[in-house]
Design a binder for this molecule. Structure first.
Ligand code: NAD
Length: 312
């Protein structure tokens, strides 16, 4: 494993992810970190026992590290961090031989733009991978994330990447090639976003017909409507005690992030010519929930509330 790790983006996900590396990598591994929010950097440096070093820019991170990982909100942030002519990772004169991993959930076009810029400048001497994750903040803290890697099963770096990512995650899937990690992530969130709407609507039918939603959830669990959304993340308050819905939809996966990922999936479908019967409708639901003050900032399963679900 590399002796120095660079990390850019220390938000809700990046922070617990790098903490797992700090905990699990050998004591002589050094960490070079950057975030536009200076306090996030300072806090980690303070707690890092001399192993964590603050950098003023992404290019400084790249200069000082063997491998660079980023965890940023959207494609435009990723493009700035890698491609800015003065401060970006690719401006580093010492990038040859290094590996770059972007774990953000972004549009495939932005990811491919960074990869193409790497190829144009460094040919094959710099490897850039999309490596988005699933599992949320809890998975990031526990080190049980699923990584969807944009590479083939025969990629020579795969064994090394697998041992590194295993320090932060439980499942690492090579998804076939550049940007296909992102495609897998967007397909997953499209699917789970639609299931949350379907479970919410079906539960609403049952409740309004006079059914106990607990009985209905048990029926789903042992029948063809079984899903992790109903079993572990039930949108109806009170059914899964550990689910955000049972805690006024606090924590979990914010509805704004679901809207972003859902929109990216719909865009991808249009680009590749995959017909979607429910894409626009689903997106409309998530856009509506984001604009509704009863739902804004809450776990995405708050679509149950948005769709008029009864709450005790
Ligand atoms: P976040 O907003 O909490 O963190 C992003 C961090 O990037 C912030 O600290 C921000 O200051 C920093 N940043 C932004 N622009 C920067 C720049 N130019 N240079 C340096 N730092 C910059 O977001 P998050 O929840 O950590 O999510 C990150 C990514 O992971 C997103 O793409 C999200 O969709 C994805 N994701 C999130 C979750 C989740 O549950 N939060 C789950 C899976 C995937």
């Amino acid at each position: 494993l590399p002796k120095s790790i660079g990390w850019i983006g220390l938000g809700l996900m990046g922070n617990p992810m790098i903490r797992n590396l700090l905990k699990k990598m050998s004591e002589d591994t050094q960490f070079y970190i950057h975030d536009v929010v200076r306090e996030s950097v300072d806090k980690l440096v303070e707690e890092g026992n001399g192993r964590v070093h603050a950098c003023e820019s992404s290019v400084e991170v790249a200069d000082k590290s063997d491998l660079i990982i980023s965890m940023l909100p959207e494609g435009r942030h990723v493009k700035t961090v890698y491609l800015d002519e003065k401060t970006g990772v690719l401006a580093s004169p010492t990038l040859s031989g290094k590996t770059l991993l972007d774990c953000s959930t972004i549009d495939t076009a932005s990811s491919l733009a960074v990869r193409d810029a790497c190829k144009a400048k460094y040919n094959d001497s710099v490897d850039f991978y999309d490596a988005p994750v699933s599992g949320g903040v809890v998975g990031a803290e526990k080190g049980t994330l699923t990584f969807m890697l944009g590479c083939s099963t025969s990629d020579p770096n795969l064994p090394f990447l697998t041992s590194l990512l295993s320090l932060m995650g439980g499942n690492i899937f090579p998804c076939g090639g550049a940007s296909l990690g992102l495609t897998a992530k967007l397909c997953n969130n499209y699917c789970s976003g639609l299931i949350a709407i379907a479970v919410s609507e079906a539960m609403n039918i049952g409740i309004k017909s006079g059914m106990d939603p607990r009985v209905l959830a048990n029926v789903f669990h042992t029948s063809t409507a079984q899903s992790a959304i109903c079993d572990d993340w039930c949108p109806v308050p009170g059914l899964t005690p550990s689910a955000p819905a049972s805690n006024n939809y606090a924590g979990g996966f914010r509805v704004e992030l679901m809207k972003k990922d859902f929109a990216l999936a719909v865009d991808t479908a249009e680009r590749v010519g995959a017909e979607l019967a429910l894409g626009r409708e689903g997106l409309g639901v998530y856009e509506g929930a984001c604009g509704d003050e009863r739902c804004r900032g809450l776990d995405s399963r708050v679509v149950y509330r948005f769709l008029g679900g009864e709450e005790e």
